[in-house]
Design a protein around this ligand. Structure first.
Ligand code: 5GP
Ligand code: ZN
Length: 112
């Protein structure tokens, strides 16, 4: 998966500003933040998008959301945050490795 940017970040081939790492996932700051606080959480396993998820990944996705809850508490997202995963062309997914955007630090506008 050498052509996958996020696999290359996981392999240490591309630098990133890491927030948290464990055996299942990595959290790092988005290179082009869309909010005062904007980080990504990715599974270490290469999964192309949320469309590839099945029951076998239920524990992994639950773990990622537990990590998001922990990190947003630690970072002081006291007034809330948004979790987004873009899936496929219509959603504008640019990196084909499952990732959860976590956005906060301001009142977020509505989206469609
Ligand atoms: P998508 O549009 O696929 O949902 O989001 C991909 C996100 O990955 C974008 O917000 C983009 O800024 C971020 N991104 C792309 N390449 C890199 C990179 O090399 N490093 C970091 N930290 N973020 C990246
Ligand atoms: Zn990948």
């Amino acid at each position: 998966m050498n052509d996958c940017i996020f696999c290359r970040i996981l392999a240490g081939e591309i630098p990133s500003k890491k927030l948290y790492e464990d055996e299942q996932c990595l959290a790092f700051y988005d290179i082009q933040p869309l909010a005062p606080q904007h980080f990504l959480v990715i599974p270490k396993a290469h999964i192309a998008s949320a469309a590839e998820l099945g029951e076998e990944q239920a524990a992994l996705v639950g773990h990622i959301f537990a990590v998001i809850a922990k990190l947003t508490k630690e970072l002081g997202f006291a007034d809330g945050f948004r979790v987004v995963t873009n899936c496929g062309e219509d959603a504008g997914q640019t990196v084909k490795h499952l990732h959860f955007h976590v956005l906060g630090g301001k009142t977020l506008g509505s989206f469609n």
